[in-house]
Design a protein around this ligand. Structure first.
Ligand code: HXC
Length: 288
């Protein structure tokens, strides 16, 4: 399967050379709930904008299914070196779709493994940046935390208000928030449903940078371009190593890091990077 990509009418379209029906249909349909483009000077940053403004980008099943398809397409696109996920100035996402969940039963959730496909965001190998303006609540906060880097607009608000609905976070909120901000603040947010603003989110380590709302997306794209200018192969190894810190003991994590560090010496890009430094020129990585 070979993919050809281009940007037309603001939408990312994939033309497939072979007509492998399933993949073609998955990749080529128009998106209803998201806008998908390639951004940056070299069109090497995948850009996904949640687009359900009337529902404050509530994460309905269709939206998350489309998100998975868009991520698959960017993952397969050799030009794309980083991905940005954003919403609108009013809302990144106000959570999972409460109206869709209202009448669900335990049996449906369990037998259908409800929300399992949300994990696609956290299994992407390319670096993903969340650019959060406005509300990032419940599943919206969890979606942002599945990304590798969170940038926030000055008026962003983060929270896990599921307790107010008689439920608890179900897409990693209790785990990722606790690792990001520590037990006391995570407990407070999860148990009260209170929200924190961008500055508090930055102070507590949930987000790395805060920008005026109207500059947020362009700053996230700039960060994506910076990442995309490095070797995609090595970036994937770096991401794998940092993520291991959340799952392994220190000894195991350090061992994995050492193996991956050694492995970079099997790549052309490691050789090019060090040679370019010695020759006082900019490295030209080939992702090999
Ligand atoms: C469905 C939602 C929604 C949601 C907002 N809307 N959030 N629809 N699911 N999560 C809809 C409203 O019903 C309304 O549509 C429209 O968006 C605008 O919302 P308002 O409430 O009128 O806006 P406002 O007064 O500005 O309040 C904004 C808000 C509030 C504070 C964000 O909407 C709110 O509290 N939303 C719910 C936040 C939440 O509890 N999130 C966690 C969801 S549970 P209509 O057509 O009715 O006017 C969750 C579980 C995660 O995420 C588990 C794993 C994924």
């Amino acid at each position: 399967m070979k993919f050809y990509s281009n940007c037309t009418a603001g939408h990312y379209t994939i033309m497939c050379k072979s007509f492998s029906a399933t993949l073609y249909n998955l990749s080529c349909g128009q998106y209803e709930y998201i806008v998908v483009e390639k951004r940056g000077e070299n069109k090497n940053v995948g850009f996904i904008q949640l687009n359900r403004p009337k529902a404050l980008n509530a994460l309905c099943d269709g939206l998350m299914t489309e998100m998975g398809k868009a991520l698959d397409a960017f993952e397969a696109d050799g030009d794309v070196g980083a991905i940005v996920i954003t919403g609108s100035e009013r809302a990144f996402a106000a959570g999972a779709d409460i109206k869709e969940m209202q009448n669900r039963t335990f049996q449906e959730n369990y037998s259908g493994n409800f929300l399992a496909h949300w994990n696609r965001v956290s299994t992407v190998r390319k670096p993903v940046i969340a650019a959060v303006n406005g509300f990032a609540l419940g599943g919206g906060c969890e979606l942002a935390m599945m990304c590798d880097i969170i940038y926030a607009g000055e008026k962003a608000q983060f929270g896990q208000p599921e307790i107010l609905l008689g439920t608890i976070p179900g897409a990693g909120g209790t785990q990722r928030l606790t690792r990001a901000v520590g037990k006391s603040l995570a407990m407070e947010l999860v148990l009260t449903g209170d929200r924190i603003g961008a500055q508090e989110a930055k102070q507590s380590g949930l987000v790395s940078k805060v920008f005026p709302a109207d500059q947020l997306v362009s700053e996230a794209i700039k960060c994506g371009e910076k990442i995309a200018s490095n070797s995609k192969l090595i970036s994937a190894m770096a991401k794998e190593a940092v993520n291991a810190a959340f799952e392994l003991t220190l000894a195991e994590g350090n061992r994995l890091e050492k193996r991956l560090f050694h492995a970079t010496f099997a790549t052309d890009d490691r050789k090019e990077g060090m040679t370019a430094f010695v020759e006082k020129r900019k490295a030209s990585f080939q992702d090999k």
